[in-house]
Design a protein around this ligand. Structure first.
Ligand code: ATP
Ligand code: ZN
Length: 779
C-alpha cells in the first residue's frame, strides 16, 4: 500500500505481534500515527461497538466516546461489548472499558527514550463522555479541535447534523456512516478538501426505520413506536417472554449474580490490569457517577411486571387462565361482560400507572435520563384516571379521523378501551382471539400502539405526537438492524481513517495545506445484492459540495409561509430549530435583534416578540420579501433566510392526476423551505406565489464510478448507479432544483465522474435500483 510498507521487520523498531500485519500493510510511520492520534467517536451502539473494537485492535490508543444512552437488555444480542450485568449503565462507559482491554500493549520504548515523551508511548486511554452531543457546554468547537478526526456511529439525522456542523466549524474530518438492514454507506466529509457535507443533499422523507432495540432514552417518535409494539407483545403476545420489555425474576437474579465483585454496583471493577497499563477510564465527572446510578438500574426490578402478569391473566391471554379469572377477581361464578370491563379498566389503570408513573419516577431517581434533551415527566394521577371511562376513547367519537392527534387522556382512555375490547372478545370466544402477532392492519393493535407510543412521547416531551395514520406508517416500516452490516460498515470506516491519517502525515512530513482527502478517500456503498460481477461494495468519488447548501456554502435559504399568521415562536420552533437545526439562534431583521438565546441571555428580554406575528416584528417585520439573518455561535453558523408570504397551498399531486394534495397540515401551518428565491421584494398575491412550489425532496442520488486501486472491491466498470435511467443515463426521481440535486447538475457530475475514472457507459442494473439513500438511516 505504501513504500515503507515493504521495509523488512528487522530494520524496524519492535512491534506488538498483533500490529505486525497493520505495519506490513500501512508502514511504520503510519503505524506511529495510529498509536499517537486522538480519535473522537460519537455513538457507541451497533456501529459504535464494532468501531471501538476495530480501533482498539488496530492499535489506536487515544479514543474518546460520546453517547447519551444506557444499555438496554435488547441491545445485548448484537452490541457485543455489553453483558447483562451492564444493563442500565452508560453505553459509552462500558464500551470504552471493554475496548481498552483489547488495545495491544505499547511497543517497548526505543533506546535512548524519545524526548519529550510522545503520545504513542503514553498509557492508552479510552475516555467515555456520557452525554448528548447537543450539550454545547461540553461538546463544542474547542472540544472537537482536539481530535485528528471524528467518527459518526449515530442513529438520527439531528445528531448527525450537529456533528457535521461542529466538524466543519472545527476543520476536523468526519467519517460518517449509516446502515439500513443489509444496506450501508460510508463517506468522508472535510471542509478543507471541498467535499460535500452531510447536509448538502436534502434528506428524503424517511420510509423505513432500521431499528431493532429499545432506546432507554427515547428521542424520536419512532423510538416510542418500537417500544409500544413491544408493550403490545407484553400484553397480548402468546409468549410474554418474547417481548423486549419482559423481565422475570430469574433474569434479574442473573444480572445481580453477574456483578461478580459482589458489591451490587455492577461496575465490573475491571479498570486496571496487572501491569497497570490500562488506565482507569472513568471519563469526565459525569460518567463515573452516572455509571453508579445506572448500575442500580441493572439490579432493580421493573415496576410493571406484576401488574402486567395480572392483566394478561384477566384478559385470558395466558393459556392457563380465562377472562376474568385473575387472582384479583373476586367472582366465583362466570363474570358478566360488565364485571370484566370494570376489572380490566381497574387493572389497566394499575398497569398504566406502573409504566408511565412509577417506572419513570424510579428511572429518574437512578439518573437514567440525565442525558435526555428534556427530563421526562410522569403522567399525573388524574390523567391515569381516564382509564375509568372518565374520558371517552377517541375512536368511539363520532367523526373520528385517522389523522386526529389524541390528548394524553384520550390515549389513556384508548388503551383501556382496547383492553376491554380484547377481554370482551375473549369472553364471546371471538375466533380472532387470542390476538395474533402485531399487525399494523389490525384495528385494535394499531389503536393500542398509537396510544401507548404517544403516552411515552408525552412523558418524554417528544414531538410531534402521532396520529394513528402516522404511527401506522412507522410501525409498518421498522426493519431490523443487522449486526453484519454494522460490522462491514465499521470496517470500511476504519479503512477511511487510515487514508485520512496518511494524508495528515504527508502534510506533517512534506508541508502544504492539507485538504487532499478527495484524492484518497471514497464514498462507499454496501449493497444488498451483488452486482453482475459479484461485488457487494461500491466505492465512488467524494461528491462536491452543493452550492445551495446553507451549512457549508453559506447559501441563502428561501422560506415560504403565511407571514400574517406565523408567530416568531412558531418560526423558531418549527423552522429555525427543527428544520434548520439551530441550537441557540440569534434572529435579526436588518440591524434589529428580534430574538436571542444563550447562557448569558435573559429569556424575558425577547419574550414579548415570541407571540408577535412575523409581519409585526421589530425592524420592519418579516413579511414578504424580507430577509432574516440567523446566527448560532455554538455551531459557527450564519444564514440568511429570504422570506416569501404564501397563504394558498394548492400543490399538484401528479400521482392523483392533478388533485389538490392534502398533507394533513392545517393550511395556516404549512411552510416550504427551498423554493425559488425572491428576486425583488414585491407585494405578492397568493396566486403569484403558486408557481413557486418546488419539492425539497431528492432521492439522494450519488454519482457513482468505479475507481482503480481501491482497498474495497470494485464494481464493474459499466455500473450505473441508482437514479440513472437506462436510456438517458440521467438521474431519475429527483424533483429538486437544488444545486447538485438538479437533473442537469447530477447528469454533469455522473458524466464527469465517469470520464475521470475511465468508466464506460453502462446498462442499468435493476438490482442496483434497490440502493437507498441512507443519509437518514437510523443506525
Ligand atoms: N444526540 C446524541 N448524542 C449522543 N449519542 C447519541 C445521540 N443520538 C444518538 N446517540 C447514540 O447513537 C447510538 C446509535 O447506535 P444504534 O442505533 O446502533 O443503537 P441503538 O439505538 O441502541 O440500537 P438500534 O440499532 O436498535 O437503533 C446510540 O447508542 C445512541 O445512544
Ligand atoms: Zn453542505
Amino acid at each position: 500500500m505504501t513504500d515503507d510498507a515493504i521495509t523488512s521487520n528487522d530494520d524496524l523498531p519492535p512491534c506488538p505481534p498483533i500490529l505486525l500485519g497493520i505495519r506490513a500493510a500501512l508502514g511504520q510511520s503510519l503505524l506511529e500515527e495510529i498509536l499517537s492520534s486522538k480519535i473522537l467517536l460519537i455513538g457507541s451502539g451497533g456501529i459504535g461497538c464494532e468501531l471501538l473494537k476495530n480501533l482498539a485492535l488496530s492499535g489506536f490508543r487515544h479514543v474518546e466516546v460520546v453517547d447519551l444512552d444506557t444499555i438496554d437488555v435488547s441491545n445485548l444480542n448484537r452490541q457485543f461489548l455489553f453483558r447483562s450485568v451492564h444493563v442500565g449503565m452508560p453505553k459509552c462507559v462500558v464500551a470504552s472499558e471493554a475496548a481498552l482491554r483489547m488495545v495491544p500493549p505499547p511497543p517497548p520504548p526505543p533506546s535512548p527514550p524519545p524526548t519529550p515523551t510522545t503520545r504513542s508511548s503514553q498509557a492508552a486511554a479510552y475516555l467515555p463522555h456520557h452525554g448528548n452531543v447537543f450539550d454545547n457546554s461540553r461538546f463544542n468547537v474547542p472540544f472537537f479541535q482536539k481530535f485528528a478526526l471524528v467518527l459518526n456511529a449515530l442513529d438520527n439525522v439531528a445528531a448527525r447534523r450537529r456533528v457535521n456542523r461542529l466538524c466543519l466549524a472545527s476543520d476536523v474530518p468526519l467519517i460518517e456512516a449509516g446502515t439500513a438492514g443489509y444496506l450501508g454507506q460510508v463517506t468522508v466529509i472535510d471542509r478543507r478538501s471541498g467535499t460535500e457535507c452531510y447536509e448538502c443533499q436534502p434528506k428524503p422523507t424517511q420510509k423505513v426505520y432500521p431499528i431493532c432495540t429499545i432506546r432507554s432514552t427515547p428521542s424520536q417518535p419512532v423510538h416510542c413506536v418500537v417500544w409500544a409494539k413491544e408493550l403490545y407483545r407484553l400484553c397480548f403476545g402468546p409468549k410474554v417472554e418474547d417481548s423486549m420489555l419482559y423481565e422475570d425474576e430469574e433474569g434479574l437474579r442473573e444480572r445481580r449474580e453477574g456483578d461478580d465483585d459482589g458489591d451490587g454496583d455492577g461496575d465490573g471493577d475491571e479498570k486496571k490490569d496487572d501491569d497497570g497499563r490500562r488506565t482507569t477510564t472513568t471519563g469526565d465527572e459525569g460518567s463515573a457517577d452516572v455509571a453508579a446510578g445506572g448500575a442500580k438500574g441493572g439490579g432493580g426490578s421493573s415496576a410493571y411486571m406484576g401488574a402486567m402478569t395480572d392483566l394478561r391473566s384477566l384478559l385470558g391471554v395466558d393459556p392457563a387462565s380465562s377472562p376474568g379469572s385473575s387472582s384479583s377477581s373476586s367472582s366465583s361464578t362466570s363474570p358478566t361482560p360488565y364485571d370484566v370491563a370494570s376489572a380490566v379498566r381497574s387493572k389497566a389503570r394499575e398497569v398504566i400507572s406502573a409504566l408511565f408513573v412509577t417506572e419513570i419516577e424510579k428511572q429518574i431517581g437512578m439518573g437514567t435520563y440525565r442525558t435526555a434533551d428534556r427530563a421526562p415527566e410522569p403522567l399525573s394521577s388524574s390523567d391515569v384516571d381516564s382509564c375509568r371511562d372518565v374520558v371517552p376513547s377517541p375512536t368511539m367519537r363520532d367523526g373520528c379521523a385517522p389523522t386526529d392527534v389524541w390528548s394524553v387522556r384520550e390515549c389513556v382512555a384508548e388503551i383501556a378501551s382496547c383492553l376491554v375490547e380484547v377481554a370482551e372478545n375473549a369472553i364471546a370466544q371471538d375466533p380472532t382471539f387470542p390476538l395474533p402477532e402485531f399487525d399494523k392492519d389490525d384495528d385494535v393493535a394499531m389503536r393500542f400502539v398509537t396510544a401507548a407510543s404517544n403516552l411515552r412521547s408525552y412523558v418524554f416531551g417528544i414531538e410531534p405526537i402521532q396520529s394513528m395514520y402516522d404511527a401506522k406508517g412507522m410501525a409498518g416500516n421498522i426493519i431490523p438492524a443487522i449486526a453484519t452490516t454494522n460490522a462491514i460498515v465499521a470496517g470500511l470506516q476504519v479503512l477511511q481513517v487510515f487514508h485520512v491519517l496518511r494524508a495528515q502525515l504527508d502534510v506533517k512530513k512534506n508541508g502544504g495545506e492539507g485538504g487532499k482527502l478527495k484524492e484518497c478517500c471514497r464514498y462507499i456503498y454496501c449493497l444488498r445484492d451483488k452486482t453482475r460481477k459479484g461485488y457487494l461494495l461500491q466505492p465512488t468519488t467524494l461528491p462536491d459540495p452543493n452550492p445551495e447548501c446553507f451549512v457549508c456554502r453559506n447559501a441563502i435559504v428561501s422560506l415560504a409561509l403565511n407571514t400574517n399568521e406565523w408567530t416568531l415562536d412558531m418560526l423558531l420552533k418549527r423552522v429555525v430549530k427543527k428544520e434548520l437545526g439551530f441550537a441557540e439562534p440569534t434572529v435579526m431583521i436588518g440591524e434589529d435583534i428580534v430574538y436571542e438565546e444563550g447562557e448569558d441571555i435573559d429569556p424575558s428580554e425577547y419574550a414579548a416578540n415570541l407571540a408577535k406575528k412575523m409581519v409585526d416584528l421589530p425592524g420592519g417585520g418579516a413579511g414578504h420579501g424580507s430577509v432574516l439573518r440567523i446566527e448560532d455561535f455554538t455551531q459557527d453558523l450564519e444564514v440568511e433566510v429570504s422570506v416569501s408570504h404564501r397563504d394558498c397551498w394548492v400543490d399538484v399531486d401528479e400521482e392523483k392526476g392533478g388533485e389538490a394534495k392534502d398533507d394533513g397540515r392545517a393550511e395556516m401551518e404549512k411552510f416550504e423551505i427551498g423554493g425559488k428565491k425572491l428576486v425583488a421584494a414585491t407585494a405578492a398575491s397568493s396566486d403569484s406565489m403558486k408557481g413557486d412550489s418546488v419539492s425539497a425532496e431528492s432521492d439522494g442520488f450519488r454519482a457513482a464510478s468505479a475507481n482503480e486501486g481501491e482497498d474495497v472491491l470494485l464494481v464493474e466498470e459499466n455500473y450505473v448507479p441508482r437514479g440513472v435511467n437506462e436510456d438517458s443515463k440521467m438521474p431519475a426521481q429527483t424533483s429538486s432544483e437544488h444545486g447538485n440535486g438538479s437533473k442537469e447538475q447530477l447528469k454533469k457530475r455522473a458524466f464527469a465522474d465517469q470520464a475521470e475514472n475511465g468508466a464506460k457507459k453502462a446498462k442499468f442494473n435493476v438490482e442496483d435500483a434497490k440502493k437507498p439513500d441512507l443519509s437518514e438511516v437510523m443506525s
